[in-house]
Design a protein around this ligand. Structure first.
Ligand code: ATP
Ligand code: MG
Length: 452
């Protein structure tokens, strides 16, 4: 069995006086037959101290990025910029649930090292020099059967480190492997331990899960991972506001699915850039239903709740702001009755977010009844947008035929320029023919020359 690896790694193994192994994702994914990704991460390990690895690596011109003596971990990269993470064989002891081991014992026994890992599929070793597999826990068989089985009783494995609950769902998403019954039951039993994990780590795993289709190109990937989060009830721990939509019925004339399933399907139909918005777009529904018995104004409540969730998970500010805006806007003109003049104003107001908003609305529509035909609301807004474009109507102040300087020169007082530009926008979005310099300057002079 030969795993294609960077030449520098082969050279590093040859330089080491001890056996150097590849382990984890690169071995798993190769055995599963996934084509090599663009930037695979190379996890390597050995029954040897990190100093010995560092000495060999530096001799060959690798750069050591960081060293964690406590866990025997070294991050390094080769001359071409490819990164590697080395770990010395070890066994770990945990304080329940906490991701970082409290006690570490180094070992030279590969089987012992395998049993400190999470899933057997992640504990297949490839000895680089001899090009042979070492598979103490029968992980290759799991990979063939596409299952995720823990390296020790599942209640122990998940009981040690709550991050493994998230990793389980993320691996299920990325690889298509599914937890066996014992693994799923152990995860469920320990679900509350995910709360002991730093929110940033939970966010990073959730984000990777939502983008899991990028890993091996399987469009079902994020949906599958979300189902694992739901079935292990980890979802209720990290996103209780969303999980309470599980089993919550919706109007059968519009919807085939309950509130939660609809959100999952919306993720499935959404492009990567808006997956958080897709997941959270209806997060206001359970709240409104439990409070009022209906879903009225769920988009507004949803905006608030999505903001709370993303703050709690310490999501990047830009993602949070954009997601909240999309959640708030996703119901605009949902009955298709909005007047053309209002739609025109909205199109200009939402201009920077429009493509994402359209994508969300399309995904939301498709997720109601798995209908991939164009969403009528998106079609209507796109048609009006096209008309505005053809007319030359501005969609942002930059596209106005006048700018602030023009208005100042025409005599509009400085403190009224902002107001005058907004007025020009309002005027021109309704008819592109009005977007013409002389006319706009005359209008601004007439309306804004006077101080207020
Ligand atoms: P990926 O394809 O995402 O890199 P991976 O399996 O290589 O998946 P890594 O996070 O790179 O995952 O970790 C490398 C290996 O280290 C894993 O395969 C697993 O054996 C072990 N490992 C990593 N994190 C944990 C953890 N929290 N608990 C137990 N074992 C872990
Ligand atoms: Mg890896």
């Amino acid at each position: 069995m030969k795993i294609p690896i960077p030449e520098n790694l082969t050279n590093l193994a040859a330089e080491c006086a001890f056996p150097l192994y590849l382990v984890g994702g690169s071995v798993r994914d190769c055995l599963a037959g996934f084509p090599a990704g663009k930037n695979p991460d190379w996890d390597i390990c050995a029954p040897a101290p990190e100093e010995a690895l560092i000495a060999a690596a530096e001799k060959l011109g690798f750069t050591v990025k960081s060293v964690y003596r406590h866990t025997g971990t070294v991050k390094l990269c080769d001359q071409t910029g490819v990164g590697y993470e080395f770990t010395r064989f070890r066994s770990d002891k945990y304080v329940r649930g906490l991701h970082t081991p409290a006690e570490i014992e180094f070992t030279t026994d590969l089987g012992t090292d395998a049993r400190r890992r999470d899933f057997c599929a992640n504990a297949v070793y490839y000895e680089i020099k001899t090009e042979t597999l070492c598979d103490p826990l029968d992980g290759k068989r799991d990979i063939e059967r596409k299952i995720l089985r823990t390296v020790a009783p599942a209640k122990k494995v998940f009981g040690e480190d709550g991050l493994r609950l998230m990793r389980l769902a993320r691996f299920a998403a990325e690889t298509g492997f599914l937890p066996d019954a014992e693994c799923a039951a152990g995860a469920k039993r320990n679900r509350a331990l995910v709360k002991d994990i730093f929110p940033e780590r939970v966010f990073a795993e959730l984000n990777a899960l939502l983008l899991a289709d990028r890993k091996h190109g399987d469009p079902e990937a994020p949906y599958r991972g979300l189902c694992v989060l739901r079935d292990t009830e980890v979802l209720g721990e990290i996103l209780p506001e969303l999980a309470s939509g599980n089993g919550m019925k919706q109007r059968a004339d519009f919807h085939d699915y309950d509130v939660l399933e609809h959100a999952f399907r919306c993720v499935k139909y959404a492009p990567p850039e808006i997956r958080f918005a897709a997941l959270l777009h209806d997060v206001g529904k359970p709240f409104c239903f439990l409070r009022d018995g209906n879903f009225y104004r769920h988009a507004e409540e949803g905006e608030r709740i999505a903001g709370e969730i993303l703050s709690r998970l310490k999501a990047p500010a830009k993602l949070k702001a954009e997601t909240c805006a999309l959640v708030k806007l996703h119901m605009r003109d949902s009955d298709g009755k909005m007047k053309q003049s209002k739609v025109r104003r909205e199109l200009a107001e939402q201009y920077p977010l429009l493509e994402k908003l359209f994508a969300l609305r399309q995904a939301d529509y498709s997720a109601c009844k798995d209908d991939l035909s164009p969403a009528p609301a998106v079609e209507k807004w796109r048609r009006i947008l096209k008309e505005m474009r053809t007319e030359g109507a501005p969609l942002s102040q930059k596209e106005l035929a006048v700018n602030g300087k023009d208005l100042l020169e025409a005599g509009v007082p400085p403190k009224r320029v902002g107001e005058a530009l907004a007025d020009c926008m309002e005027y021109c979005v309704q008819d592109g023919a009005r977007n013409e310099r002389a006319g706009l300057i005359a209008r601004a002079k007439k309306r804004f020359m006077e101080e207020v």
